[in-house]
Write a protein that binds this ligand. Structure first.
Ligand code: GZL
Length: 327
């Protein structure tokens, strides 16, 4: 739709376009079907966690504010559904496609189809492992290796006085996803600093609360002496808390818990002492996404990688900021 209106404009004012040296896609961020609205096809992972819900709201609210016509799909954490949604956006000739790849691999074919259709793609939140960097314009999201490292660095400091082995169980995120792979890598790298720190079990909880609870129940059954849980997101950590309490132990004391995200429920548990440390992962990507989309459609250059800013929270810090947290 955008391209037809551009061609119409080009035909009517070849001189102007030539004068400004514009090429297809350059010039104003005109929209589709003749009006100046941009149409974005957004293929969301699912609704698996508090983080995802906040991320969806951020994208939808920012699209409204930016005057972007948003077509939105929820893939229920299935790659085939995201691929179907992207193909449907190609058919609809949207101006730009944005998505958070549920897993890192298996995207080249559909991204090549978007490229052939001359529809730019923006990766948001999670990355793909494609070697062909021309398949997408930019990747906006957190540095997950850094997030895992921050979690591990805190544990190294917190365990300084320990004399015995510190037994860690790890509840991983969705198997094959960039955050699960990278958080695992960053955490393992950081805890190498102290040989007392040992990961005795590691399993995926699929970033959900029920997954975290089931995995923690199994860990408690199979490991007599667990000192720490490293959960790849708050929801898994909250599920682990349920399992720990059901086993008659005190979360945050008998078994320490470190998570990543810093959504409201996680920060509440942190302020109540049931979680010991949270590494923030911001879901508020909507405004930056809409800004990048407008630039891409206007033919402006954008950075290949935009890393979101984020921090960390102790129990004390959570008490101070909880009331003002936006999500
Ligand atoms: C991270 C995001 C992860 C969150 C989870 O950017 O992809 O997926 O950490 C969410 O809560 O399910």
């Amino acid at each position: 739709m955008f391209k037809k209106s551009l061609l119409a404009v080009a035909a009517a004012s070849m001189l102007t376009l030539t004068a400004c040296g514009g090429t297809a896609g350059a010039g104003s961020a005109a929209g589709n079907s003749g009006d100046d609205k941009i149409t974005m096809g957004f293929a969301q992972v699912g609704a698996e966690s508090g983080w995802r819900t906040a991320n969806t709201k951020s994208v939808q609210d920012s699209a409204k504010t930016a005057g972007v016509d948003l077509k939105f799909s929820d893939a229920q954490q299935k790659q085939e559904n995201q691929i179907k949604a992207i193909r449907s956006y190609i058919q609809q000739k949207v101006d730009v496609i944005a998505f958070s790849p549920v897993v890192e691999s298996g995207w080249d074919t559909v991204l090549k189809e978007a490229k052939t259709a001359k529809i730019p793609v923006i990766l948001t939140d999670r990355a793909v492992d494609s070697s062909d960097k021309t398949l997408y314009k930019t990747f906006l999201g957190s540095d997950f290796v850094e997030e895992g490292k921050k979690a591990g660095d805190w544990l190294v400091k917190d365990s300084k006085a320990a004399t015995d082995t510190v037994n860690i169980v790890e509840i991983q995120g969705t198997t094959g996803s960039a955050p699960a792979n990278d958080r695992k890598e960053g955490f393992a790298e950081a805890i190498k600093a102290d040989p007392k720190l040992k990961i005795v079990a590691s399993q995926s909880g699929d970033f959900t609360r029920s997954g975290g609870k089931q995995v923690m129940e199994a860990f408690l059954k199979n490991n007599a002496d667990i000192d720490v849980v490293f959960a790849h997101n708050d929801d898994e950590g909250l599920g682990a808390i349920e399992a720990i309490e059901a086993a008659g132990k005190v979360p945050g004391k008998d078994i320490k818990i470190i998570t990543i995200d810093a959504v409201k429920d996680g920060m509440t548990a942190l302020s109540n002492g049931k979680i010991n440390y949270i590494v923030e992962c911001s879901p508020m990507l909507g405004d930056q996404l809409m800004d990048l989309a407008k630039k891409v459609i206007a033919g402006e250059s954008v950075p290949e990688r935009v890393v979101t800013e984020e921090t960390t929270f102790t129990q004390e810090q959570a008490k101070q900021v909880l009331a003002s947290r936006p999500y």
